[in-house]
Design a protein around this ligand. Sequence first.
Ligand code: ATP
Ligand code: ATP
Ligand code: MG
Ligand code: MG
Ligand code: MG
Length: 283
Amino acid sequence: MANSRYEYVKSFEVEDEVMFPNLVVVRIDGHDFRRRLCVLINTLSYFDDDDDYDDVERNMFSEVHEFVKPNDEIALNLMNSCAASVMEEFPDIVFSYGYSDEYSFVFKKTTKFYQRRASKIQSLFVSFFTSVYVIKWKEFFPRKELRYPPSFRARVICCASIEVLQAYLSWRQNDCHMNNQHATCLHELVKHGKTEREAYEFLKGTGKKEKHDLLFEQFGINYEKLSVMVRQGSCILKTQVEDIVKYNENGAPIKRLRKKASIVHSKNIAGKSFWNEHPKLLK
Ligand code: ATP
Ligand code: ATP
Ligand code: MG
Ligand code: MG
Ligand code: MG
């Protein structure tokens, strides 16, 4: 209650304003979305008895919901659609980038959204994204029941300059590439007879080029031919569209400009050409 004798407690709230001119970025990421294979990789030694294994397996979102390996494009489209909803809901977001179970949202430089307070912004974004994910699930997976409530985590990243933001985006896109290349190799090796552990051991220490060659020479897969969304991740930008709101007495349309989120793909989202093509991002 305002002006009560208890109001001094408000001063105990953590101060977390992202100071201007830092750029505010929020990244959300699915909680425990990985499949069993990745759990094995990260915690190989923990799985000595089957009970532990079962316990963990029950909680793997992509496994429980039978995402197609190594990339379920419907699940990626669902993520993209949720991110587009976030962008349409919050006008201060100028750009977003995502792949797998994550999405990064970039605010315009001058945003005053929630006084730039990190905890308010991140909690609002992650809860909105999660609700939209649950609501849209049926639209993307009409024949697949959502078996339990998915959850996401969020964090705020404070970028001191456009250069830092570009480095951040490069880092995420590189991660997309590395993860996808690794997952594609693992999947092929397992499909061709190796156990998951063997496939993982086989790939240990291999670099980008070796993986690229492995896919091409052993499995006849030209990595560059995989879907662009899978290889490069997805960017969402806002474009102006004209909506017809209604017609006047003479039958002439009455139009209104609206910002619409549209998905694009780009090989290098931190590169000069991408940023030159989208100068609005720098404002
Ligand atoms: P954390 O809770 O720490 O985020 P996580 O289990 O969600 O852990 P991530 O590092 O976020 O692990 O990786 C997400 C994993 O989810 C991917 O490695 C992949 O196994 C799985 N995944 C996410 N989206 C898809 C998809 N569209 N198709 C197939 N698998 C997917
Ligand atoms: P903010 O986004 O800053 O939290 P807010 O619009 O949610 O703003 P609050 O101060 O959190 O405002 O107050 C929540 C308001 O929502 C209440 O004042 C009341 O009007 C309405 N509300 C919440 N729960 C109920 C309920 N169970 N029944 C009726 N009204 C409710
Ligand atoms: Mg995750
Ligand atoms: Mg992730
Ligand atoms: Mg409220």
